[in-house]
Ligand binder design. Structure first.
Ligand code: 2DT
Length: 185
C-alpha cells in the first residue's frame, strides 16, 4: 500500500454508520494480515484511554454538555495526541487498522450543521490513511441490526444526516483513497 517505503506499515481506516459492521470487519482483516505474517494493531477513535478520550466519553453518554465546536476539537485533539505513536508504529512496519478517523470527525460534525471547511481544518497534518474502507449501509438497515441505543448519536434521524454527509465527503475524495463496501443487502 505504501509506494515509497516497502517496510512501512499501512494505515487502513474503516468508516461507516454505527452498526455498519466496522468492528467485525476489522477483526477479520487483522486475522487475515496476521496470517500473512504482518504485524498488525487494531486501534479505534475515539480512544477513551487518554484524558481527552475521557472527556469525549462523558459527552457521549450525556453526562456533560459541550458546544458542537468544542466536541469537534476534542475528537480531533484525540487523534493528535496519538499522532506521534501512530507514526512510530507505521515506521516500525506495523500496520494499523483503525476503526473511525477524520472521516467520522467531519461527517458527524457537519451532520450537526457545522461548516465543512471549518471541520476539515483541525485534521490537516494528521497522517493520511493509505486506504479508507467505507462500509455502506442504509441507516434503516443499520437500525435493524440490534437497534440504536441511548447514546446521543444513535438516533435514526441523525444517522440519516450522517449518511448524507459521509456521501458528500466520499464524493469529494478528501485526501483519502476510498474503497466502498456495499452492505446494503
Ligand atoms: P463508537 O465509539 O461507538 O464508534 O462511537 N465521532 C467519532 C465523532 O463525532 N467524531 C469523531 O472524530 C469520531 C472519531 C461517531 C463513536 C461516535 O463518535 C462519533 C460515533
Amino acid at each position: 500500500l505504501s509506494a515509497n517505503n516497502e517496510s512501512r506499515g499501512a494505515l487502513v481506516v474503516f468508516e461507516g454508520l454505527d452498526r455498519s459492521g466496522k468492528t467485525s470487519q476489522c477483526g477479520r482483516l487483522v486475522s487475515y494480515l496476521e496470517g500473512l505474517g504482518h504485524s498488525v494493531e487494531l486501534w479505534r477513535f475515539p480512544d477513551r484511554t487518554t484524558s481527552v478520550g475521557q472527556m469525549i466519553s462523558a459527552y457521549r453518554t450525556n453526562k456533560s454538555q459541550l458546544d458542537d465546536h468544542t466536541i469537534h476539537f476534542l475528537f480531533s485533539a484525540n487523534r493528535w495526541e496519538k499522532r506521534s505513536m501512530m507514526e512510530t508504529k507505521l515506521k516500525a512496519g506495523t500496520t494499523l487498522r483503525v476503526d473511525r478517523y477524520s472521516y467520522s470527525g467531519v461527517a458527524f460534525s457537519t451532520a450537526k450543521g457545522l461548516d465543512f471547511e471549518w471541520c476539515k481544518a483541525p485534521e490537516i497534518g494528521l497522517i493520511a490513511p493509505d486506504l479508507v474502507v467505507y462500509l455502506d449501509i442504509t441507516p434503516e438497515k443499520a437500525a435493524e441490526r440490534g437497534g440504536y441505543g441511548g447514546e446521543r448519536y444513535e438516533q435514526l434521524e441523525f444517522q440519516r444526516k450522517v449518511a448524507q454527509h459521509y456521501k458528500l465527503l466520499k464524493d469529494s475524495s478528501w485526501k483519502m483513497k476510498v474503497f466502498c463496501v456495499d452492505c446494503r443487502l
